[in-house]
Unconditional design. Structure first.
Lengths: 503, 152
């Protein structure tokens, strides 16, 4: 078994003292970032990129740091959902539905431990899935040419809009805005300056750290202005801290089902953790039928979204590593980090730099174990962080964000650009456009254009190359299906359950 | 629906404007069949179509309750917050990180409802603490500005 041998090598990388410390630091930072308002996995990961760069971390260590922060966020998001009824980030919205009632009933400790356990199982199922699927997909994707890649990205984008539930048009518009923003700067093929309007700062394009921090941090700070509360009084996690065997067994089926579901949603481009947790919750609720007390403190209702969101976080590594196409906002940021290191993710990465890929996959296992071990005894420390009032938190977040942006190029132009993007993001949020779609468009934009132009160079301008191979044709069918999906949904009437958006 | 429609209209105008700009992009020497302008123009056509749809049918995906309301007190706070951030950006290099971050931190802490003294203490701690954390420990160089004289 080649895979197992590679995985062994990966563990060699992940368990080296440096990387182990990195994973420990990453999971701690991630948990804190996940539970604080105003910071989520996307800007948490983006903030660490300049730091990883400045510290001169080797690429595999940097990637392990970012991945463990990501997983930590999925763990941390649940704490404020359960104790405060406020989701720390979008994918923890469903966790509030049953988590908060449990805490109110004095079962906060059980809720926290069982949700940590669920996250652990979800992460493990999905990581095993990554080990099984990623090499297969990578082996298959080696034969992809530029035309196939272009179509794959079109599919990813259409998928994003098709899965967006109640607002496909807004999602599509947001993606297109992201794609347009990626056109800014010198065109690599011809040297023409595009949309720079004579500005020197824009000539090598918008830095993605600037875009991410503007869109997600600055706009979030402006949103927080509307709820300037003075810290919150969390429900105290009292009573028994650990769930017992019976409770664990009662949610085991839910864990397995939601884990598989989350993994599949993670692989699909654009679906992501938010959708995965919502679908997992809904389907468990339907399965339980009358026997469930969903919405009223059912353990299954807590386990389902928590399992699904961490499974989907791990699952979203599959398209990022094998195809170089991100499946979620956070993996989009990680992809951007890799390009800063001049590493192009894709099938060849498995052949050329196995230590990066397998080190990352092994570190997903390691991070999951660290998180479950850390979360149960340290829960009181994390709960205390929740009571930090906004007036201390927001200035710190704002200053750290500015440092992160300044660190990229050491110009204040980027700071102004970040504020401008932040205001734009704030307006988009107010008008209910999904920001993560814009981010995905921005990350995919450059690759999409260069693949399209390369494909048309190969065929000497003949558009036929975009549908002449069986793979591209198959992708067209999928694209057509995804375009048709919203229309079919609208046709079925507006009976569909509203899903929280992925912003 | 006014703001939604207004935004979509601005987007549409921007598409037209950017389209006119992009029309002029021309590669002096070209080795490939697709020039620098085809791809952005294609995107702009799609984006424009989306914007047009949202101008004509703003209710398509938004209920009336989703219309943002502008509250004067909120707007004032938002503008102050923006002014603080712009000041931070403008003074970051000229005055130096520590002083700027302290002033900015104080302003933001007050804006988010902190009391005078705790805000001032927080701001000083943030300004100096973050400087040492990033510049000295994490190797992210930050400008000293006016405090450069203190460095030997």
């Amino acid at each position: 078994m080649d895979t197992l041998q590679y995985l062994g090598q990966g563990f060699g990388v992940a368990l080296s003292p440096n990387n182990l410390v990195t994973a420990l630091a990453g999971t701690t930072i991630g948990t804190i970032v996940g539970l604080l308002p105003g910071l989520g996995p996307i800007n948490g990961v983006a903030l660490l990129i300049p730091v990883a760069f400045a510290l001169g971390l080797p690429p595999e260590t940097a990637l392990i740091l970012l991945a463990s922060v990501y997983l930590g966020c999925e763990y941390g998001g649940r704490i404020s959902s359960i104790l405060l009824n406020i989701p720390g980030e979008a994918s923890a919205v469903m966790t509030t539905l049953d988590g908060y009632p449990l805490a109110r009933q004095g079962k906060g400790g059980i809720a926290l431990s069982i949700s940590a356990w669920s996250s652990f199982i979800g992460g493990m199922i999905a990581t095993v899935g990554v080990v099984a699927f990623a090499p297969l997909l990578a082996g298959w994707a080696v034969s992809f040419g530029p035309a196939e890649y272009f179509m794959l990205m079109v599919f990813a984008i259409v998928c994003l809009a098709g899965m967006a539930g109640d607002k496909p048009v807004k999602t599509a518009v947001a993606v297109l805005m992201g794609l347009m923003l990626s056109c800014v700067g010198i065109d690599a093929n011809s040297g023409v300056y595009r949309f720079t309007f004579g500005s020197l700062g824009l000539s090598d394009g918008i830095q993605f750290v600037v875009l991410v921090l503007g869109l997600f941090s600055i706009s979030e700070i402006l949103m927080l202005l509307e709820r300037t509360h003075h810290g919150q009084t969390a429900v105290r996690a009292s009573g028994r801290m650990l769930f017992n065997f019976k409770e664990g067994a009662s949610v085991f089926g839910t864990n397995i089902r939601s884990g598989l579901l989350g993994f599949i949603f993670g692989i699909l481009p654009g679906a992501g953790a938010t959708l995965a947790s919502a679908v997992a919750y809904m389907s468990e609720k339907r399965m339980a039928g009358a026997s469930g007390r969903f919405g009223d403190g059912d353990l299954r209702g807590l386990a389902a979204p928590e399992t699904a969101n961490s499974a989907s976080a791990c699952g979203s590594m599959v398209p990022m590593l094998t195809l170089g196409i991100p499946g979620s906002g956070t993996t989009a940021v990680m992809l951007g980090a890799l390009t800063l290191y001049n590493i192009t993710p894709g099938p060849l990465l498995f052949q050329n730099q196995p230590e990066i890929v397998w080190g990352l996959i092994a570190s997903l296992f390691v991070a999951n174990v660290i998180l479950i071990v850390m979360n149960i005894p340290m829960i009181n420390v994390f709960t205390r962080i929740l009571s930090v009032p906004n007036w201390t938190l927001v200035p710190a977040i704002a200053i750290i964000t500015s440092i992160g942006v300044y660190a990229v190029h050491a110009t204040t132009f980027d700071l102004f650009l970040m504020i401008a993007i932040g205001v734009f993001g704030y307006i988009l949020r107010k008008l209910d456009f999904p920001l993560s779609a814009l981010l995905l468009g921005f990350i995919l934009g450059g690759m999409m254009e260069s693949n399209l132009r390369r494909a048309l160079s190969i065929s000497d301008g003949d558009l036929g190359i975009l549908w002449n191979s069986p793979i591209t044709l198959g992708l067209w069918v999928l694209v057509a299906f995804m375009v048709a999906l919203p229309f079919w949904r609208a046709y079925r009437g507006r009976r569909a359950l509203p899903l929280p958006d992925a912003a | 629906m006014l703001y939604h429609r207004l935004f979509a209209a601005c987007l549409l105008l921007a598409c037209v404007g950017l389209g006119l700009t992009a029309w002029g992009y021309h590669a002096p020497y070209s080795y490939e069949p697709v020039g620098p302008r085809a791809y952005p123009l294609m995107l702009l056509v799609l984006l424009g179509a989306g914007a047009l749809l949202l101008v004509c049918k703003p209710r398509l995906e938004t209920g009336d309750e989703a219309e943002p309301r502008i509250v004067p007190a909120m707007l004032r706070k938002t503008l102050i917050c923006l002014a603080l951030m712009l000041a931070l950006a403008a003074l970051f290099e000229r005055v130096g990180f520590i002083v700027t971050a302290t002033l900015f931190g104080f302003g933001m802490a007050r804006l988010f409802g902190g009391r005078w003294l705790p805000s001032a203490i927080l701001a000083v701690v943030l300004g100096i603490g973050l400087y040492f954390l990033f510049d000295r420990i994490l190797d992210v160089p930050l400008p000293m500005g006016v405090l450069a004289v203190l460095e030997n």
